[in-house]
Design a protein around this ligand. Structure first.
Ligand code: ADP
Ligand code: MG
Length: 729
């Protein structure tokens, strides 16, 4: 019987004596309840057994410190100001009152009900109710019956079940005479993000205890006092208390600000460390502009580079020839001609015998780039291949082999390029397209495959300066600020389907061509293919029987896809029914209408991309957005699109509409170790951190001074493994 517990006793004895804890100390007490060997483990906290420790582990919480860094996602106002009467906020009610009567109500159904009538200090009465389901053999309300004695002072929190608010379905209840109710009521109460098996009352209770313990032992301060004073920040101890259990909204705000600042300063410092580490490193290879590929490429293009393209190519080439690795952001609106610029860079690498990788965020984009390469590079002495997860095993193996042997110069692909088994002989240039769709981790992964490689990042969405600093440390920016000649502004409007089809008919009669795009999500589901086929049937047979209609979607094989495209390019098909597969790449000057069905289901950037498929010839072009019931934000998106053709304006609008956090993979907080901070919403604090980082490193480049030691320690703890940072002190 005792057997299973003996090992606990052993562990206790070992830890107790080896650490010589005073027997009354909190730690020694906790040791008795667990088998934890890490003295800071959450298992030391009373109430946390092995099972719950495991659940906490799923949230990334193993130590008390990590627990305290698990911040609430929200706070509920359960304060004394509203103490004695009912109030409602959103969907929850809080009520404090004395028990008048309480008891079980017997119903014929299997639902058991317990009801307590409570009387508030101002005379308000509220019925608190609990429901229990199922034919339980034991009495589900035994505990409530015992506790709810008349006259007892009680708090209930729950959902109001009638509009008058005189009845509450109870989620949580606490007795005012129980000191353990302190974390839960009569205050601003934290609400945590949860995982299955853990509840807010539980997290709140252990957080309260952990905080109590931390305040007794003191919290380690990592922000140098000079910076804390300069920005008037709370101390570490004050901040951790204030974020979990604030006494006022002002305290909460101050606590959050301090925590966000700390996160940003660490992030900014991590970049600086990385940069200082890299500064001493050279690429150890050089480029020569041989033109053995560049000249034939230019001849094959059939057009001149625009002045901004020339300027940008110059920037890139001189970066590539410099000893320090390139980190350049190339921004330019949809259709501004970024791809051919990237190809020029890839060809410079190939001319010099080096490999390049071109990573796109989706299968379709990657396939389109591959298609573009085939168009412009076929016949040149350069070997390129496509690598996505759709490439068949045998072909994939062959490609991997050729990459490793150096028999391929360029590989274009998706995330598939990041996989372990993709190895290069001499990867020297990494190009990332539509970079905002990739996470920070993915970018870092690709870069790691090629240490000191040059990095070219392309985007149609401009990045604010401070954000670039946070995401990349720093990068140089080139902009293509005008479109190739011959582009026309596209007239964009919302309309019904019938009108849209009428426009298609009119244009087709004039000999023009049209796209009709349907939003089939990811095109992986068979359902989607079924529905695109149905649409195709309907459009070709019923709506446009007099015209030649083609169809293209992501499930078509490469050959079918290019056959469908070629038919449209040659004018053999007049109307192309498509999934967003045509978002990029297709370039048909005679196409003058783009109809987007269910336009509300597309993002702003995709819509702008789609629109970029028309307006390429001399004729006036139209983009028609068909949407029956856009929500408020979707409506704004469509309105923005109708109002402007300027991709940069739309980019800003997009950021605004999507809200902070969703922009450019900044949601990927895990990778950056941002738990409280949001790179977009907290841009003021971000600017502080970036500025203070400069001073910090100017004064003490290795962070070796005693007042910086704690900061350096945390920095290494968070980033050394993940970012390969080297402690230089
Ligand atoms: P982005 O990637 O910037 O959206 P692309 O590189 O796909 O744009 O270019 C859009 C189209 O414009 C392509 O068909 C490309 O061949 C063409 N293009 C690029 N540069 C020029 C140029 N200087 N003159 C004419 N057409 C160009
Ligand atoms: Mg592009």
């Amino acid at each position: 019987m005792l057997q299973p517990y003996l090992k606990y006793v052993n562990v206790f004895i070992i830890i107790y004596f080896s650490r010589k804890l005073p027997w009354w100390s909190a730690e020694a007490q906790f040791v008795q309840f667990g088998v934890a060997t890490n003295p800071l483990s959450v298992q030391y906290i009373k109430g946390v057994g092995p099972r719950r420790a495991e659940l906490l582990g799923r949230l990334g919480i193993e130590t008390a410190d990590e627990l305290l860094r698990y911040y609430p996602r929200d706070w509920q106002d359960r304060r004394a100001g509203t103490l004695l009467s009912l109030f409602r906020q959103d969907s929850y009610s809080v009520f404090r009152g004395k028990v008048l009567t309480a008891g079980q109500i017997y119903t014929r159904s299997s639902v058991g009900i317990f009801k307590a009538m409570l009387s508030g200090a101002d005379g308000a009465r509220v019925n608190a109710v609990w429901f229990k389901h199922g034919g339980m053999r034991y009495d589900p309300f035994a505990a409530l019956k015992k506790e709810f004695t008349p006259g007892r002072d009680v708090w209930v929190i729950g959902r109001p079940s009638n509009t008058a608010g005189s009845e509450i379905q109870v989620d949580e209840c606490y007795f005012a005479d129980n000191p353990e109710s302190a974390p839960h009521v009569n205050r601003l109460t934290p609400i945590y993000p949860l995982t299955e098996g853990l509840s807010n009352p539980f997290l709140r209770s252990i957080m309260w205890k952990a905080l109590d313990a931390a305040q007794k032992t003191g919290t380690i301060e990592i922000i140098p006092s000079a910076l804390r004073a300069k920005r008037a920040l709370l101390s570490a101890g004050q901040a951790v208390k204030g974020i979990h259990f604030p006494d006022s909204a002002a305290e909460l705000e101050a606590a959050r600000q301090r925590i966000v600042y700390e996160e940003f300063l660490l992030l900014a410092a991590a970049w600086e460390m990385k940069k200082l580490g890299a500064k001493t490193e050279n690429k150890r290879f050089t480029y020569e502009i041989k033109r053995s590929l560049l000249t034939p490429f230019k001849e094959k293009l059939g057009f001149e580079f625009t002045p901004p393209q020339k300027r940008v190519i110059n920037d890139i080439f001189s970066d590539m020839r410099a000893p320090r690795p390139m980190t350049r952001l190339l921004q330019g609106d949809v259709g501004s001609g970024k791809t051919v610029v990237a190809l020029s860079a890839l060809l410079l690498a190939a001319e010099n015998g080096f490999q390049g990788a071109f990573m796109a965020p989706t299968e379709i984009l990657a396939a389109q780039h591959f298609y573009t390469m085939s168009r412009f590079l076929d016949g040149l002495k350069v070997r390129f291949e496509l690598l996505t997860s759709r490439v068949k095993a045998a072909a994939r193996r062959k490609t991997l082999e050729r990459l490793q042997n150096g028999e391929l110069d360029i590989v274009v692909g998706t995330h598939a390029l990041l996989e372990e088994d993709v190895r290069f002989k001499s990867l020297r240039l990494v190009v990332i397209d539509e970079q905002h769709r990739f996470g920070v981790k993915q970018r870092a992964q690709l870069r790691r495959k090629a240490e000191f490689a040059d990095l070219l990042i392309m985007t149609a969405t401009p990045i604010p300066r401070t954000l670039a600093l946070a995401l990349y440390g720093d990068l140089d920016v080139s902009t293509i600020d005008s479109l190739p000649p011959g582009r026309q502004p596209v007239e964009t409007a919302r309309s019904g389907e019938a009108e849209a089809f009428q426009l298609v008919r009119e244009e087709a009669r004039k000999g023009r061509q049209a796209y009709i795009v349907h939003p089939f999500i990811e095109e992986s589901e068979d359902e989607d293919i079924k529905s695109v086929s149905e649409q195709f049937e309907r459009l070709s047979k019923i709506v446009f029987p007099e015209f030649r209609v083609g169809v293209i979607h992501g499930k078509l094989g490469g050959r079918e896809k290019s056959a469908a495209m070629e038919k449209f390019v040659s004018g053999e098909t007049q109307i192309l029914v498509a999934t967003p597969v045509i978002e990029v790449g297709i370039d048909v000057k005679n196409a003058t209408v783009m109809v987007v069905q269910n336009a509300e289901r597309f993002g702003l950037a995709s819509l702008h991309q789609l629109r970029g498929r028309v307006g390429r010839g001399a004729e006036k072009s139209h983009c028609v957005l068909v949407s029956d019931s856009p929500g408020a934000t979707a409506g704004e998106r469509l309105a923005a699109l109708c109002a402007t053709n300027d991709g940069f304006v739309l980019g800003e609008k997009d950021m605004e509409l999507r809200g902070p956090g969703e922009f450019m993979g900044t949601r990927q907080h895990g990778e950056l170790d941002l738990r409280a901070g949001d790179l977009v919403a907290d841009k003021k604090v971000l600017a502080w951190a970036v500025e203070d980082r400069e001073r910090l490193f100017a004064a003490d480049p290795k962070l070796a001074a005693p007042q910086h030691r704690a900061f350096r320690g945390r920095l290494m703890e968070l980033y050394s493994k993940k970012w390969h940072l080297i402690d230089m002190a």
